[in-house]
Design a protein around this ligand. Structure first.
Ligand code: SF4
Length: 500
């Protein structure tokens, strides 16, 4: 089988270099920088306009946050309700604790149909578990039908953005990929294909149409699941999703357990905030909803595979759990100065940018080089929090995860358990923190140390030696005052010591 798709499954943790090393080449790639800058600035400006025209945006944002928090607090109850609703509507629910189990379930379901091809709606969950690769190992070919995912798949590439997976490619590169690769996967690109958007879209439409008409099995994710009726919702812009959800005889949806909403009324909030935050549209061009199966129309069999894959561990963390509110709009990526320069591949995950920096280390643990470095892939400017439609305080979670990396050592999965391992690195930082704790707990020693530092201040080096050199090389070290604050206070306040 040719045209192997290279993906980034979540478990086991990837052997990927730490973020600074992975970002090094991208930062020096002028073409990539240009593509990213143009795309993120364009989407960012459009989003700003689309959000500003909604007078109650702040209230919608708060409502979205509250609905998600309430649902996560009662997730056990709503998941059981969802299973009952889906089953009553003629669907079958499968539970997968990790990526391997989810892949085994989907592979078995496809094999039971006797088919060796599936068409896919764009889905982060299936990328997270590495479904395409797992199917391929079993001789089943998965065709991506979203235009950007098609470009990524044909280019043997990896997605670099949640919403626009081929954001790192320009039109010329896309034309070359279509001309070179389409014939390997089905209908070839037309002769003399140019890089005009209309011609590229036409080539993709013709290439994909034969797949839609032939496929007997569709695989999707879902943006939302409604517990009260068992309804799944997919929002998209191209109509390929509608084809995959309605034409095949069997539909398999792979969805993270956090995508649940209690009622239809809750959905109303997110159908307003998601399109404006992601594509800057007032509403999505295609919003597809389905509830189980129907004799008259659509797939005859419907399977819902609910995946945990690190989500309940994330839910157990009081600070980090807010990451599970994420509706994958990608607004945080488009405003992030780090993402704009490093691009998506450096994050070593299907979830790049600010949300990836807090979600991947929680879903996968911080045992790998890349996951331990992701909480540092941020300037903590807070732009991501400002635009997030469900008010995830990403900087707060980043700082929390940095603390976990430094203090607690890596958090790793061992079987079904999450385990804190002793930290290997950052020994100097931990020793410095221990020394500071001791000094603050002994005021007499602190005062003596401050006086000594003041008297010897002309001898202090301007840069630190050894491992501290890189740190001090990019910072102005603070000047030690000629007189410690406490001595000054005592002298100017008639001998009274301000210390308690
Ligand atoms: S963290 Fe917020 S802004 Fe970023 S993708 Fe998720 S919902 Fe959107």
């Amino acid at each position: 089988m040719s045209g192997t798709f290279v993906g980034m499954p979540v478990f086991p943790p990837p052997t990927h270099p730490a973020f600074p090393k992975a970002a090094h080449d991208a930062v020096n790639n002028q073409t990539l920088r240009g593509n990213l800058r143009h795309a993120t600035h364009t989407i960012r400006a459009k989003r700003e306009k689309a959000v500003t025209e909604v007078s109650d945006w702040a209230e919608l944002r708060e409502a979205g946050k509250r609905i998600k928090d309430h649902t996560l607090r009662h997730l056990d109850r709503y998941l059981v309700q969802l299973e009952e609703s889906v089953t009553a509507a003629g669907g079958t629910v499968h539970w997968a604790c990790d990526a391997d189990e989810a892949n085994r379930i989907v592979t078995r379901l496809v094999k039971e149909t006797g088919e060796s091809e599936v068409v896919k709606v764009k889905s982060m969950a299936t990328q997270e578990i590495g479904l395409n690769e797992a199917l391929e190992e079993e001789g089943i070919r998965a065709y991506e039908t979203d235009l950007a995912e098609l470009i990524v798949q044909l280019g043997k590439d990896r997605p670099s953005h949640i919403l626009v997976p081929a954001i790192h490619r320009n039109r010329g590169e896309i034309r070359d990929i279509f001309a070179r690769e389409m014939s390997e996967w089905g209908r070839p690109a037309p002769d003399g294909l140019t890089d005009t958007p209309a011609e590229l879209a036409d080539a993709a439409r013709l290439h994909l149409r034969e797949k839609f008409l032939r496929a007997k099995v569709g695989v999707s994710g879902a943006n939302f699941m409604i517990a009260e009726t068992g309804t799944l919702v997919v929002v998209e812009s191209e109509g390929n999703g509608r084809m995959c959800l309605t034409l095949p005889e069997t539909l398999i949806s792979v969805v993270g357990i956090e995508k649940i909403l209690p009622t239809w009324q809750d959905l109303e909030v997110f159908l307003q905030t998601l399109p404006r935050s992601s594509t800057a549209e007032r509403m999505n061009p295609y919003t597809s909803m389905w509830t189980g199966t129907s004799d008259e129309d659509g797939p005859r069999a419907f399977h819902l595979v609910l995946i945990d894959n690190g989500r309940t561990d994330t839910l157990a963390d009081e600070v980090g759990r807010q990451a599970l509110r994420c509706i994958r709009c990608s607004a945080c990526l488009n405003v992030c100065p780090v993402y704009e320069r490093a691009g998506g591949h450096a994050y070593g995950s299907v979830y790049p940018g600010p949300i990836g920096a807090i979600l991947s280390p929680q879903l996968r643990g911080t045992a790998s080089e890349i996951d331990a470095s992701l909480p540092y892939a941020s300037s903590l400017c807070g732009a991501c929090y400002e635009v997030c439609p469900v008010a995830i305080d990403i900087p707060e979670v980043l700082v929390h995860l940095r603390e976990r990396v430094v203090q607690g050592g890596p958090v790793v999965r061992e079987g079904n358990k999450v385990v804190l391992k002793p930290a290997k690195g950052h020994a100097a930082e931990r020793a410095a923190m221990r020394a500071a704790r001791w000094a603050f707990a002994h005021p007499g020693a602190l005062r003596t140390g401050q006086r000594l530092a003041s008297r010897t201040r002309r001898l202090h080096p301007r840069t630190l030696p050894g491992p501290g050199k890189a740190w001090s090389g990019t910072r102005e070290l603070p000047q030690v005052p000629a007189e410690p604050f406490r001595d000054w206070w005592q002298r100017t306040n008639g001998g009274k010591d301000g210390a308690k």
